[in-house]
Design a protein around this ligand. Sequence first.
Ligand code: NI
Ligand code: MN
Length: 225
Amino acid sequence: MTEIEYLSHSAFAIRNDGKEVLIDPFLSDNPKAPASALEVRPDLILVTHAHHDHLGDALDLSKRFGCPVLSVVEVSDRLEELGAKVVPGNIGGEIAFPFCRVKVYPAVHTSSFDDGRYGGAPCSFLVRMGGKAVYHAGDTALFGDLALVREEAEIDAALLPVGGVYTMGIRDAVKAMRLLGAKRMVPMHYDTWDAISVAPDEMRRASAGEGFELCILAPGERLRL
Ligand code: NI
Ligand code: MN
């Protein structure tokens, strides 16, 4: 049974058979992080880009649990310098682990560390675990090559930003769903701050009749795939 837990903002845990993949672990500085964020036990951490609301606690968690971080090379190199364990990878690559397989896709966005250092190109991830495929889009804008992810896998859940301002908003997320052909959309990157608030009704209206299941998860809520 593969399950995803929404840890608020763009942070998710994907779990199967006692293993946990943690994506964009913005937890300790996150005003919306649920209590369950304290209980993460990652075996692998994926980071879509260097912005602080995605890099989050990746360094601390890697050190604490001895688990590797997969990102683009500019992010991995920086984390490794600071003492994290990392695995090599970059956009276009597919990396196999004993409990999952991760393909790194582009995202249309920017990436820099808090001190202004360039973070390389931002990315997104297709994670295959326990026979399910989950696509985490990172902080992307809408772009046509999302259609290429569909050729790779039947996506059980697409985790898409909907907050606008910094990423695509809900209407573009619905267009992204047409390109991805995913069964379910899980909205992310909204309501963390006022600037990116989105009402559930607006998401439901935008998704009506589109042929996918809209799964709005509260922070700490889990979804079985
Ligand atoms: Ni960002
Ligand atoms: Mn962000």
